[in-house]
Design a protein around this ligand. Structure first.
Ligand SMILES: *Cc1c(COP(=O)(O)O)cnc(C)c1O
Length: 363
């Protein structure tokens, strides 16, 4: 039986191949007699799973040697506190606000440091990206935070800002939760990147943190030990029990990504998927996406029906056609199609076919 196409923003679809493999290994991982869930995180079985996942994500994202890779807990919102606890030095931090997630991040940071909003596109309804030339960075921020893909508003940075070229020495922090592994990262421009796994890497529960080594060791005294990047790094993410099953499953996704040809191959497919969907929206009389063309996310595509009274009919018809979880975020309304790595082009084609058919017959 063919599984439906799942457009959830997160927790999101996981490649079927990965789910099938995990199911086959559920009761007995590689002849160990144990489920991965039942293993000591310090035993040889789990340490090998961890080491493989760690090696694979470094390779997939081409992470330079002077960065540490941490598998933490707490999710993206946890990092909104953990980053300032580790990097702010209780001084000033700059934020560029391009949607709900960066908005939430700056709000949380205020508990730990003073915040300067260097730029915001809130007045434009989060449909654009403020040009770096217009950012009003403070003179010596501890770091500059951006959300490189706004999952709710569908605004993406297709190029990371070059802070050095803007005369700013501070490290750039990126929340890449919803587009990690969908495209390459220019690490020369990044100090720290974080992302919850449940969008593009695996199940909820694991948070990926990639941090430049020189940024470790500056945690505020109130920072919980389990969230002190230096302690976590010095203990290979095993200062406390890591989210073992989530790491295992993300590891299977990493192996799947490598079989697909790695991040460059995924990026090419993601471009084709996004073009197909945006083209269908832009060429229709019924559907509309309000984000400026050059700011549109390849991963999260919010769109509206010009006749909102057809929303329920659209969604129930989609469900009946095996197209799940297309309802937009409650703060924005309308629809949202999240087309992460696990979404094949056939799934986007099926959505586009359904949208055309719905427009032809139902509007
Ligand atoms: C989903 C998401 C978060 C929140 O992640 P949680 O795991 O729910 O804390 C933060 N930032 C971005 C960009 C997201 O997409």
């Amino acid at each position: 039986m063919k599984r439906p196409y799942n457009f959830s923003a997160g927790p999101a679809a996981i490649p079927e191949e990965v789910l099938t493999l995990a199911a086959s290994e559920m009761l007995d991982w590689h002849g160990s007699g144990m489920s991965v869930m039942e293993m000591s995180h310090r035993g040889k079985e789990f340490t090998s799973i961890y080491a493989q996942a760690h090696t694979d994500i470094r390779e997939l994202l081409a992470i330079p040697d002077n960065f540490k890779v941490l598998f933490m807990q707490g999710g993206g919102l946890g990092e909104n506190a953990i980053v300032p606890l580790n990097l702010s030095r209780a001084s000033t931090v700059d934020f560029v606000v391009t949607g709900s997630w960066s908005q939430k991040s700056q709000q949380e940071a205020r508990k730990y440091c003073s915040v300067n909003i260097a730029a915001s596109n809130e007045a434009q309804g989060y449909t654009t990206r403020p040009a770096p030339a217009s950012w009003r960075l403070s003179s010596q921020p501890s770091y500059v935070h951006i959300c490189s893909n706004e999952t709710i508003h569908g605004v993406e940075f297709h190029q990371l800002p070059d802070l050095k070229a803007m005369g700013c020495d501070a490290p750039l922090v990126i929340d890449f939760s919803s587009h990690v592994a969908s495209r390459s990262v220019d690490w020369s421009r990044v100090g720290l990147a974080f992302g919850g796994a449940q969008k593009n890497l695996g199940p909820a529960g694991m948070t990926l943190v990639v941090v430049r080594e020189d940024l470790l060791g500056h945690a505020l005294p109130v920072c919980p030990s389990a969230f002190d990047y230096r302690l976590v790094a010095d203990n290979q993410s095993m200062y406390n029990t890591p989210p073992t099953y989530a790491i295992y499953l993300a590891g299977l996704v990493f192996q799947w990504l490598k079989r697909q040809g790695g991040v460059a191959a995924m990026e090419a497919r993601n471009i084709a998927k996004a073009e197909l969907l945006y083209q269908a929206i832009d060429s229709s009389q019924l559907y509309v996406n309000k984000v400026a063309q050059d700011c549109r996310s390849r991963m999260n595509v919010p769109f509206f029906l010009r006749d909102e009274s057809r929303n329920e009919a659209f969604l129930s018809g989609a469900n009946a056609n095996g197209l799940l979880q297309l309802k937009g975020h409650k703060s924005v309304g309308g629809m949202r199609a999240s087309i992460y790595n696990a979404m094949p082009i056939a799934g986007v084609q099926a959505l586009v076919d359904y949208m055309r058919e719905f427009e032809r017959t139902q509007s």
